[in-house]
Design a protein around this ligand. Structure first.
Ligand code: GLN
Length: 273
């Protein structure tokens, strides 16, 4: 009698456990099925040191992150029915983060280059920029060739570094644009080579600086979103969102808005002391 009851209980418990495990497996499969619609978030990697594209502020578009790219990322998320999240990291780590699955896509004012294209897929470009030189107002630098014997500062991993390297000039690389510009403001270097729109922001934020352009030395660069090579499903979704934002004027509106905006950046030099 006692034995029978034990057996029955055991059988019941087993059946229960099996049912539970079936349920558990079922729900697990839903999220790990690779079906992107089952996922509720899309994580973008960025380096929020690059106004007007991405910067940290008290009330941003996605959490504390704001800028042209952040607004674009948010819209892509909305178009996909997902919440856009930001993973802020060093610029140099962004593409590696795609490799190891830390982020789904990289949006960071990132220029499409042949080298990057070999290892990653890029979306439709959404912005055209160029490298420029930031110098002191009284500088005698008028062309890229004038940088020859000057103290040049670039930002590590940016296309500006590649340009200066290719020109064969010595340079020092900093991790943040704000650090590079501070170096110039403090008279410790003669020129900072950086992307045009970001240069405008930095010159606007600091007295006594000006921008020198040299279109014969610096080619046009196109910004696009990077995804893991072969992730066509995500790339197609991103592309249709970007195309929509290019066609309906959203990208131009955002560019105008953030270029005009007096950015109260938390990172604008104040943390460099
Ligand atoms: N456009 C430059 C590059 O791709 C800089 C980008 C950035 O700092 N966010 O290297």
């Amino acid at each position: 009698m006692k034995k029978n009851m034990m057996k029955k209980l055991l059988a019941l418990a087993l059946a229960g456990a099996m049912m539970l495990s079936v349920v558990a497996c079922g729900s697990k499969e839903d999220t790990a099925s690779g079906d992107s619609t089952a996922k509720e978030t899309i994580t973008f990697g960025t380096n929020a040191e690059f106004p007007p594209f991405e910067f940290v502020t008290s009330q941003g578009t996605i959490g504390e992150f704001d800028g042209i790219d952040m607004a674009i990322a948010k819209q892509i998320g909305e178009d996909m029915g997902k919440e856009a999240k930001i993973n802020n990291m060093e610029f140099d780590s962004l593409l590696l983060a795609l490799d190891n699955g830390q982020v789904d896509a990289v949006i960071a004012g990132m220029t499409v280059t042949d080298e990057r294209k070999e290892a990653y897929d890029f979306s439709t470009p959404y912005y055209t920029a160029t490298q420029v030189m930031i110098v002191k107002e009284d500088s005698d630098i008028k062309t890229a060739a004038d940088m020859k014997d000057k103290k040049i500062v670039v930002i590590q991993g940016y296309t500006g570094e590649t340009c200066v390297k290719d020109m064969g000039y010595d340079y020092e690389a900093f991790k943040k644009g704000t650090e590079a510009v501070l170096e110039l403001v403090n008279g410790k270097c003669d020129v900072v080579v950086i992307d045009s729109a970001t240069a405008e922001k930095f010159v606007g934020d600091n007295e006594g600086l000006k921008i020198v352009e040299d279109s014969s030395a610096f080619e046009a660069e196109e910004y696009a979103i990077a995804v893991k090579k072969g992730n066509t499903e995500l790339l197609n979704q991103i592309n249709s969102s970007i195309q929509k934002m290019l066609d309906n004027g959203t990208v131009s509106e955002l560019s105008a808005k953030y270029l005009d905006m007096d950015i109260e950046e938390d990172a604008s030099g104040s943390d460099a002391e």
